[in-house]
Write a protein that binds this ligand. Structure first.
Ligand code: C5P
Length: 399
């Protein structure tokens, strides 16, 4: 799986550095070429001789080689690599990476690297939980770096908590998964609509729905991780943009979402319509707040434009379009009919009847129907895993 992949393994001064030898071996067994770069503190925990014997390459830790004064070019190293993995990553190295403090060969190489970066933190639970560490990790995430979360368990300090470096075999699995799916959407522009829409009644009231935007944001993230240029058109949600390379357009009403979606889809390769768009909007907007009275109040509604159907109409043969159906009855029939009505290539059915599916929760249970009549029923999964299944289906549409 990692045949011919060039990986820089950065090792820093954590006790988990003792696992770096196993990690190096596991990467090499999978076919990777590994160049180890160590921080000075890293060398206190594990000797460079071990790593150089495993990789067949001298370990780099200084800007100059001590023996002959040779200059180690961090720029050449940074461009050589297909991937930079820092495992274990201490709070100090994470802080330096987040803030550009390039006072050693590893952080300097990080700043020069064009390749994807994976970081596997390892530290004591309180250091990990400290707001500084968490903010630095958030910064790295916002740069598009991938954080391999530490696990919970006994730490070298004998305290129990979150801070153990992920096991080397799991780290290798993550890297393998990245290379197998990683670039499948490279160069593709994907539009994702997400969240609810708000249809204004007066300056303080609106018609909305319970959509949290989590499913659409997970889809946008997975598409971005696989190399796509993602445009995320989002209704009002309380979510941070999940990947640095995502271009986000915030909208409020169905009308605004329609305009953004139609414009962006015109030169896109695909759109995934995940937004819970309000089907109706008030006929009239009151400039002043509606006053309370004892009489009953009716608000006349007009239908909104169907964004997905509009994209389906403008869709060209080389474009893909996918949508969602949330049904309460005759689920399969309704979903399949909707797929052909809106000219989707596939439709994701999630049922409100299933536990662990639908609005606001972090999990979903879906069935994906394709135009050729095939359907796949998935078990309850996290929204990110569901997003991965949906994006796999999307990738297969391009073939
Ligand atoms: O027609 P219905 O709302 O059930 O269809 C759901 C699908 O259509 C979803 O993919 C949703 O994002 C999309 N949709 C839309 N514009 C609307 C209504 C729904 O894009 N006005």
């Amino acid at each position: 799986m990692l045949q011919g992949k060039k990986i820089i393994l950065g090792i820093t001064g954590s006790i988990a550095a003792y696992k770096a030898a196993y990690l190096t071996r596991a990467l090499i067994k999978k076919g990777a070429e590994v160049q180890v770069v160590m921080t000075p503190a890293g060398k206190e925990f594990i000797t460079p001789v071990t790593l150089s014997a495993l990789t067949g390459k001298p370990v780099i830790s200084e800007f100059f080689s001590a023996n002959d004064g040779t200059w180690h070019s961090h720029v050449d190293l940074g461009t050589w690599a297909d991937l930079l993995l820092i495992a274990p990553a201490t709070a100090s190295t994470i802080g330096k990476m987040a803030n550009g403090i390039a006072d050693n060969m590893l952080v300097t190489t990080y700043l020069s690297a064009k390749a994807p970066v994976f970081v596997a933190p390892a530290m004591d639970l309180d250091m990990y939980a400290h707001p500084t560490t968490q903010q630095n990790l958030d910064k790295l995430r916002s740069y598009g770096n991938y954080i391999i979360e530490p696990t919970i368990g006994e730490l070298a300090s004998h305290l129990e908590g979150k801070g153990r470096m992920e096991e080397p075999d799991r780290i290798v699995e993550r890297i393998e998964a990245f290379f197998s799916f990683g670039q499948s959407l490279q160069g593709r522009k994907i539009v994702v609509t997400a969240g609810p829409t708000y249809e204004k009644i007066d300056p303080v009231r609106f018609i909305g729905n319970y959509s949290s935007g989590k499913m659409g944001f997970a889809l946008a993230k997975v598409c971005a991780e696989r190399g796509a240029d993602v445009v995320l058109i989002s209704g009002p949600v309380a979510l941070a943009t999940p990947h640095a390379s995502i271009r986000r357009i915030d909208v409020e009403s169905a009308d605004e979402m329609y305009n953004a979606a139609v414009t962006e889809y015109s030169d896109a390769d695909a759109a995934i319509c995940c937004a819970a768009v309000s089907d109706y909007a008030p006929m009239e907007y009151s400039e002043t707040k509606l006053k309370r009275s004892d009489a009953s109040l009716s608000i006349a509604l007009k239908p909104n434009k169907d964004i997905a159907a509009a994209l389906g109409k403008m869709k060209s043969p080389n474009q893909c379009l996918a949508g969602f159906a949330l049904e309460t009855d005759h689920e399969a029939d309704n979903a399949v009919a909707k797929m052909s009505r809106k000219n989707f290539d596939f439709i994701v059915l999630n049922s409100l009847q299933d536990a662990g599916a639908g609005f606001r929760c972090d999990t979903n249970k879906v069935t994906i129907w394709r135009r050729n009549g095939e359907s796949v029923k998935y078990p309850v999964k996290s929204k990110e895993e569901v997003a991965s299944d949906i994006v796999d289906t999307l990738v297969s549409c391009f073939k």
